[in-house]
Design a protein. Sequence first.
Length: 211
Amino acid sequence: MHIPDGFMDLWICAVMYIISAVVIVYSARKLKGKLEGPQVPLIGMVAAGIFAAQMLNWPIPGGTSAHFVGGAIAGILLGPYAGCLSMVSVLTIQCLVFGDGGITALGANIFSMAIVDVFVGYWIFTALRQRNLDVSLFLAGWIGIWLGATATGVVLGVSSVFAYGFVTTVSVMGIWHGALGIIEGIISMLAIKFVLDRQPDLIPVPKEVVA
C-alpha cells in the first residue's frame, strides 16, 4: 500500500501532505502532557513490531503493494492519537531509510495507513467492543486496512499521471485488501487479545472490555 514517487500529480501530493500534517499536529496536541507510565515504552514496542511486519511486501496489479499494516492494532493499543504518531514514525523511517514509498507520496501513505486505518480501526473497536470483543477486534483490523487501501486507490485514480483509471485503482486496491484484510483482522484480534490477557493495564480501554 506504499505509493512510490511519480504515481500522483504534485498537487495531489501537496493536498495529502497538508491533510496529514493537520491530523499529525492535532494528535500531538491531544497527547501533550498525557503520555506517562507504561504507555511510553509501549509506543516504541508497537512501532517496532509494526515496522518489522510491514517490511514484508508483495506486489499487486497497478504498481503498489499489499502487506500487513497494523493501523488498527496501533490505534487500539495506544489510543488513536498516539497510534497515529507511532504509525507516522514507522512510515517516515521506511520512506527515508528503506525507500519503501516515495517522499512525494509520504503524505498520502500517512493518510491511508496512519490516519484512516488507525482512526477507523479504533472507532470500530470502541463502537462494538461491549457487544463482542473478538468481533470488534477482527472488524477493526479488517475494515481499517480495507478503507485505508480504498483511500490509496482513490488518490491514485484521480491522478492524471497514473496509468490506470479511478475504477481500476479503487477496485484493485479494494478487492485485494478486502481479501487480505481478513488475515489482518485475525492477526489484530489475536495480537490484541494476547496483550489484554497478560498486561491489561497497558491498554487505554475500559476494564469491562478485558473481562
